[in-house]
Structures are given as C-alpha cells and as structure tokens.
Design a protein around this ligand. Structure first.
Ligand SMILES: [Cu+2]
Length: 346
C-alpha cells in the first residue's frame, strides 16, 4: 500500500465504505422476512420447490465466486508490476489444466441440470384434482374466471391444500402473472394460453404484481391471492355465484344511472361492465357483480371505500395513469348515486 499516497489511500477507503454501505442497504431488502413479495421466503409447495433449487445453485455459485475471485486477487497481488520477480511461468496450452477447468464446470452444470430439469417437467405437468381458473391479463388489471361461473377481478380466491391450475390469457399485450410466495412468474401472451400451477398450504393473503412491462400503469397492475380453508372457499364461491343483490330502493337512482345512463362521448357503464342479473353485460372492464366484496380495486391500487370510489369515478385516468376507463364527466350528484349503488354490490 505504501505505493499509494496518503490522499489516494483515504479515497480508496472512502469508496470502499460507500460500497459496503450501499450493498448493506440493497441486500437488507432481500432478507427482510416480512416483505410481502419476498420470494426468498416461499409459502406454497411450487415456490418452495423452486426456492430449494435456488438455495443449492446459489451455494455452488457462491463457492465458485469466492474461489475464482480469491485466486484472481491473490494473483493480482502476487504478480503486480514492479515487484522484483520476473514474469510468471506461462501456462498457455497446458493440457491438464485445460481439461480440468473444462471438466469442473461441466460436472457442476450437469449436476444442476439433474436437479432442475425434473422440477421444470414436474411443475409443467397438469396436476391431479386441480381447481382450474382462467386468468386474463388486461391493461392494467387481472380478471379471473372460474369454471363454476364466478368472475372477479384482481383478487384471486383459492382453497388451501389443492393445486390451482391457472390458464393464462391476455386481452391485449404481454403481461406476466406473479405471486412470488406461491410460484414463479409466467408470461401472459396474447394469442396463446400459458399454464401455471400454484398452491397455498396456509390460509392467508399473498401479494402479486404484473412482472412484464405492459404500458403506462404496469406498476399499478397488482394482484392478491386469498387462500381460504376449503369450507371458507366454498362459502366465498356461493356468495359470488349469487346474482347482484336485488333492488334496494335507496340505491335505485344509482342503479338506473348505471344501467341506462349515457355519459360523455356517448359512453355507458353497461357497455364495459357486467353486473350479473341485470342488463349490464360489458366485458371491457372488471365484472362488478360483487364489487363491494373486494378489498381493493383498479388493479389493487385503491382500498375500496366510499371516498376512493368517488375519486375514481370523478376521473379514472387522473387516479391511475392511462386507465382504459375514460373520464365520463360525471356530476357530483351522479357520482353520489353511482357510488351508493356500487357499494351495495356485496
Ligand atoms: Cu405489466
């Protein structure tokens, strides 16, 4: 070190400290156990299986990293310029060494392939006794269609202890469905159906996020999976299968507006939204039949409550950049009536 001036030494120390601090900050994000999307703490069998592979590969990679970098640093110092010793003995064309450093990576990679490939095939196989759900990615929200007729948005409800087979479709561009604690990502590609099996062992809420850039509100295209005990799941299905609550006189004004109102640009709620049991059968936006049974809306961006619904209806693209629900220039009175109606859709 005495070759470096005092100034340069302090500079190096300063930079090293910055690097250490930076890495500590960045790495601490990886190990936080309660980060809801931390795939390093998996909670479903598929995610756990993938995580085990990751642990082993990471372990091997870490050993290789320290050996190679260690050797590199050792050689850099040992043969640094200006030391008395002459140029080191040259190894170019050393057959034994060449064979050795070809064989070692080949063995390591073959070992990793033997562990990984069967898991890829296993996870791609159609599981027995699965609940099948069609997932449709839209800019910028998720739609779920169950084979029993339930249709909902953004919040995926599943029973625990059973494999869930997702058939992934896109209504527009490429998205990627990802609930980190339950399984790896799967691309959602227009014109084809991809499959992904997920499952949860414990009841709970598992956050997700679209993982393929899909336009302006990509970051606002979140998802959440709710895993329920089988009995609770059946109860949820029964509630969702029911038609929208029958006429409640107190929300009649909003209901009429929703079903028959024509707003800015000749737009109607019913041309984009479905409410089962009514004439509303649009398929461009989320199915609103049981909207009020959801915790959040608009790609899980906002908590579902009176205030947020009002703000949403007042100008959707202002609340969620690029939103495909246009500003309909609703009056305050219309917003009041519509909000009351929407909140009655339990
Ligand atoms: Cu996206």
């Amino acid at each position: 070190m005495n070759r470096l001036g005092i100034r340069a030494q302090t500079k190096v120390k300063y930079i090293l400290r910055l690097v250490a601090l930076g890495s500590a900050l960045v790495l601490s994000a990886c190990i936080s156990e309660d980060a809801p999307m931390n795939y390093l703490y998996p909670e479903g069998p598929q995610a756990i299986q993938a995580d085990r592979l990751w642990d082993v590969t990471f372990g091997i990679a870490a050993v290789v990293f320290f050996l190679v970098e260690g050797a590199l640093i050792y050689i850099l110092f040992k043969y640094r310029e200006g030391k008395a010793n002459a140029a080191p003995k040259q190894l170019h064309g050393h057959t034994k060494l060449e064979l050795l450093w070809t064989a070692i990576p080949a063995v390591i990679l073959t070992g990793i392939a033997f562990m990984t490939v069967p898991v890829i095939f296993e996870q791609a196989r159609e599981p027995k006794g699965a609940v099948q759900i069609e997932v449709v990615g839209h800019q910028w929200w998720w739609e779920y269609k169950y084979d029993n007729g339930v249709v909902t948005a953004n919040e995926l409800h599943i029973p625990t202890g059973r494999p869930i087979l997702l058939d992934l479709r896109s209504a527009d561009v490429i998205h990627s469905f990802w609930i980190p604690k339950l399984a790896g990502k799967q691309d959602v590609v227009p014109g084809r159906i991809n499959h992904l099996t997920i499952s949860a062992t414990e009841p709970g809420e598992y956050l997700g996020q679209c993982a393929e850039y899909c336009g302006l509100s990509h970051a606002n295209m979140r998802a959440k999976a709710y895993a329920h005990d089988p009995a609770d799941f059946d109860r949820w299905v029964q509630e969702q299968l029911a038609a929208a609550p029958a006429d409640d006189a107190s929300v009649a004004a909003g209901r009429d507006l929703f079903l028959t109102g024509t707003f800015a640009g000749g737009q109607q709620c019913v041309s984009c939204h479905t409410v089962k049991g009514t004439a509303a059968a649009g398929i461009i936006g989320p199915n609103l039949t049981h909207l009020a049974s959801r915790d959040r809306f608009a790609g899980e961006m906002f908590e579902l409550n009176d205030e947020n619904l009002r703000r949403w209806l007042a100008d959707p693209p202002a609340r969620k950049p690029g939103s495909k629900m246009p500003d309909l220039n609703l009056t305050d009175q219309q917003i009041n009536d519509l909000t009351a109606y929407l909140l009655s859709l339990e």
